[in-house]
Every structure is written in C-alpha cells, then in structure tokens.
Design a protein around this ligand. Structure first.
Ligand SMILES: Cc1ncc(COP(=O)(O)O)c(C=O)c1O
Length: 397
C-alpha cells in the first residue's frame, strides 16, 4: 500500500519541499556546539526542577497528573500576568493563554489568522521555525530586510504603500522579533518600533511580536512593542525556554480577549498540567529578578569572549553585529559559501548554522553564519572560534 497516497495535495507538497533528514548535517558528538540556541547546561535549573517535582507531588498528590485540577495551573497564569504587568503590559486573565512554548503560540496564531490567500510579512533573515510554520499555511510570505537597528521600517512602509497602490492583498500580520533577534542578535530602535505601530494602524494589519529573548539584555531590556501599543494590534508571544528550560515547553500569548477565545478553541492538545504545575512550583521558589541578573551576566561574558575570539581568529574582511542581549552573533564571511564550509567545520570539531536557513529565499544568506554563545563554556567558545577561523582561512586560499 502506498501510504503517501493518503496525504492531501498540500501536505504532500510540504513534505516534498522539506525531505526529512536533509535539513542540517548532523553534528558529531565531539564538536563544539556553536549552532544550537540552547541555554548553557549549568544555567538550566535541573536541581531546582527536581525539588519542584518532589514538592508538587508531595503537596498535590495526583492532582497535576489529571487533565485539570491542579491549582498551580492558575498560579502559573497568575505569574505570567504579574510578569507582563512588571514589564508594562498589564493583562486581564482572559487576555492570556498558556501554550506549549512560543512555537505552539506562533502555530496557533498562524492557524487562526492564515489561509492560503493570506499574506504575511517577516523579517529577513528570521527564525526558521516560524518561517516553516507560516509556510504550512500560506505561500504568500513577504520579506523586509534587517540592519543593525532591526527591521528596516522604511522598506516596510514602501512595501505596504506599493501593495496598496496596486490593490494587492494587505498583510494579515507582520512577524517580528524586535529584541535580541534570532538569528542576527539585533534590537529594533524605539523610533522603528513606533514606526511599526504607526504603519500597523495606517495599513490595518496585526503585529506578532516574538519576545523569546526579551528579558535577556546585557544591560537593559527595551520596551516591548506590546507595551507601546495603545490600539490592541500586537499579539505578544512570550516564552520561558531561554530563561528557564526549553524542555518544559512553557510559553504564552497576550492579546485581546476575542483573539484568545479563538486561539483557545483551536488549542486542542488540552493543558499540560504536569509541566505547568511544575513550572509554577519552581517559580514560587525562584527569585526571578536575580535569576535574570545572573543569566544576563553569564551570557554577556560568554558573548564578550566570543567577540574577542572572532577579532582574533577570523579574517579581516569578516564582520558581525554586536548584540546587546540574547544568544546569537550573526557573522558575514565575504567570499565563503557557508553551507559548504559547515562540513569542513564539523570535521574540524566545531558547528554553526549556515545563514541561508534563515531566509525565505535560500539563495540568500550564503555568506552568513549564526553563532550561538549560549551553550558552550568560555574555553570551548575560544577553541571553537579558533577552529572556525582555521577552516575559514583555508577556504579562502
Ligand atoms: C525567536 C524564537 N522564538 C521562539 C523560539 C522557540 O521558543 P519555545 O521553546 O518557547 O517554543 C525560539 C527558539 O529558538 C526563538 O529563537
């Protein structure tokens, strides 16, 4: 029996465009991992989570193991609500939905707002997973480039005006990672944030703000688009993956009650009581402000070590944006096809992500790589960049 004959046309096309296993070459276990956007292992609160699980089961017995019933599910939402409040985004209970990470939030939003005729605008480059999610719903994705100050809003304005003049479909939403962007590490300026909100009003579209790294500033955390939005146009997506642990799968959406009701209706995987109640217990026992301070200090130090190593080991024509937070450095290696470079690099014992994966049009980005300073320790970061430098130099010859 040909199992594939059961797939509808759209699903077949999606699978044909993305053959399993061909996405990124596997990274040998011994390689220094500069490709992954994982938190540093020692900054993941494993012991605290172990204690939280024990405390939760001791106090609630089987409650968090049922579909509903653990009081801590509400407590997690209350924690998120007060965090939003602290960050200048006061929310009513009905304006929040807890999800299985930011990815589920983005997927649900795409599910609600997109069909195959819908138009979405994304930054170029952008977070590849979000790009894939949108591609599952529509082929009509438009891109606007990023520079050191984030999304180039003048170019967004031109695009919107051109479409208006030509009578083309207006975008349903703009997907943006304004703060400590993945993959470029850039942060959108306040002026550009205001411009985005003005354009959203003028051209009548929504803004999907992905704030996965928003609390990981080395010095300050810029004000979110949501906190500047008086018109209710911003759908805010938050996550505890980068500040607690990605495996817990806790994220959320903050938007209008009407949108939350729609998202809730289509969220058919029910709650995740055990993960949510465990997270609530952990947070009860965590001084979150001091946790953020130590994360920011640790990541700033790792970033500094990486930047110094880049200066030392990469050729002079290499360039990069200096991040003010987050996990990533976006490096340009003129004259190098970075996808080809990757197999040499992994053989030499270091990994990175080739830039092309972050572009809708994968003929772009060939000279770029995304390096992550979050996962490895300082010594390995330096060793890894030295190895990378050697491989780059030998590819230039
Ligand atoms: C910009 C961005 N959004 C969302 C996510 C995923 O977040 P979560 O683990 O909460 O699904 C990531 C993870 O790399 C990311 O870089």
């Amino acid at each position: 029996m040909n199992m594939e004959s059961f797939f509808p046309k759209d699903i077949k096309a999606a699978l044909q465009n993305n053959p399993p296993g061909e996405w990124i070459p596997s990274v040998p276990a011994h390689a220094i991992r500069l490709h992954s956007g994982y938190p540093a292992p020692h900054l993941v609160p494993s012991m605290e989570l172990k204690e939280a699980v024990a405390q939760l089961l001791e106090e609630e017995n089987d409650l968090p193991l049922h579909y509903i019933g653990s009081p801590r599910i509400d407590k997690l939402k209350e924690w998120v609500r007060s965090r939003q409040d602290v960050r200048g985004m006061p929310a009513k209970d009905e304006e929040l939905l807890i999800t299985a990470g930011a990815c589920q939030a983005i997927d649900l939003i795409a599910r609600i707002f997109l069909d195959k005729d819908a138009v979405v605008v994304v930054e170029s480059p952008t977070y590849m997973e979000a790009l894939e999610i949108f591609q599952n719903y529509t082929g009509r994705i438009l891109t606007v480039p990023i520079d050191k100050d984030g999304l180039q809003t003048e170019k967004l304005a031109e695009l919107l005006e051109e479409r208006k003049q030509k009578g083309l479909t207006k975008p349903t939403f703009l997907y943006t990672i304004p703060t400590f962007h993945n993959p470029t590490g850039t942060t959108m300026t306040v002026e550009r944030r205001m411009h985005v909100l003005k354009l959203a009003e003028e051209y009548d579209f929504l803004v999907l703000e992905d704030d996965a790294y928003g609390e990981l500033g080395f010095n300050d955390n810029p004000k979110t688009l949501k906190s500047m939005d008086s018109k209710g146009r911003v759908l805010y997506v938050g996550s505890l993956s980068k500040v607690i642990a990605p495996g817990m799968r806790i994220g959320w959406v903050h938007t209008t009650e009407t949108f939350i009701q729609a998202l809730f209706w289509f969220k058919k995987d029910l709650e995740h009581p055990f993960a949510q109640a465990t997270m609530a217990t952990l947070l009860e026992n965590t001084d979150f402000t001091s946790r953020l301070q130590s994360l920011s200090g640790a990541y700033q130090q790792k970033c500094q070590v990486m930047l110094e190593a880049l200066e030392k080991y990469l050729p002079e024509n290499a360039s990069w944006f200096v991040p003010e937070g987050g996990y990533f450095v976006w490096v340009k290696l003129p004259g190098i096809d970075t996808e080809k470079l990757l197999s040499n690099a992994t053989e030499a014992g270091v990994s990175f992500l080739p830039g092309k994966y972050f572009f809708l049009d994968q003929t772009e980005g060939a000279e770029y790589i995304r390096l992550s300073f979050s996962y490895e320790g300082e010594e390995n970061i330096v060793k890894g960049i030295e190895k990378l430098g050697n491989v780059v130099h030998s590819n230039l010859k």
